[in-house]
Ligand binder design. Structure first.
Ligand code: CO
Length: 225
């Protein structure tokens, strides 16, 4: 039996996983060695309950992934920008998808103004979203519903941020095909939902944002008012 310090169980799992992939498709790994050609960039939350590849049934090589706390796309975050640049300019992904998830702990802390440490500064960006939509949020009962509304509003804002990066604007300006999406994942049922902010060119962005916001507003207000 391996020492828990060396995490032997994880290595054993890894070998089983690699063997099963190779058994299903002989040469799987050597083929991937040559190149990766993912069509999708996933920008999601770091939450352990939201495993990007698994929940859309994609194999290694099929999904380029960036995750951070509360799936933020901050205009000066060189980490996220570098991922987006590489994905769009080098890998030529066709879709960039911002994916939030229900009951996000980062969004919950931001909504309530809970202090957790350094991360509070990162979550300040979610508080900006909260403050921008204070009127709508105030109409939704405090609790899980208001939290999920802020999760979705945050997806709309971050998807819009993706559209307004120099990277995506330049790609669109040169006629490259890339579509930006905003989705939310339900922890309670494992289902993804499209938030209808879908933009394939600069002129799409604001109408798509308005459409997404109108749909969200209707969804949250019609059931409670
Ligand atoms: Co989260």
């Amino acid at each position: 039996m391996s020492s828990s310090k060396e995490l032997g169980e994880l290595f054993a799992n890894n070998r089983r996983w690699a063997a099963s992939l190779e058994a299903r498709e002989p040469g799987f790994f050597s083929k991937l060695l040559a190149q990766q050609t993912p069509q999708y960039l996933w920008i999601g939350c770091s939450d352990s309950r939201v495993p990007a590849n698994d929940l859309v049934g994609l194999l290694p090589g099929e999904l380029f992934v960036h995750r951070n706390v509360a799936n933020l796309v901050v205009h000066t975050d060189l980490n996220a920008l570098s991922v987006i640049q590489y994905a769009v300019d080098v890998l030529n992904v066709l879709h960039v998808i911002v994916v939030g998830h229900s009951q996000c702990g980062g969004v919950r802390a931001a909504l309530a103004g809970q202090r957790a440490g350094l991360v509070d500064n990162w979550l300040r960006h979610v508080q900006d979203v909260r403050d921008m939509h204070a009127g709508l949020l105030a109409c939704i009962p405090d609790g899980p519903k208001r939290l999920d509304a802020l999760v979705e509003l945050n997806v709309l804002e971050q998807a819009r941020n993706v559209c307004f990066t120099t990277i995506v604007k330049d790609a669109w300006a040169r006629g490259q095909s890339v579509t930006v999406h905003g989705w939310v994942y339900g922890l309670h049922d494992g289902h993804l939902q499209d938030l209808r902010i879908t933009a394939s060119c600069l002129d799409d962005v604001l109408p798509a944002y308005s459409r997404g916001l109108a749909a969200l507003t209707a969804r949250y207000l019609e059931s409670d008012l």
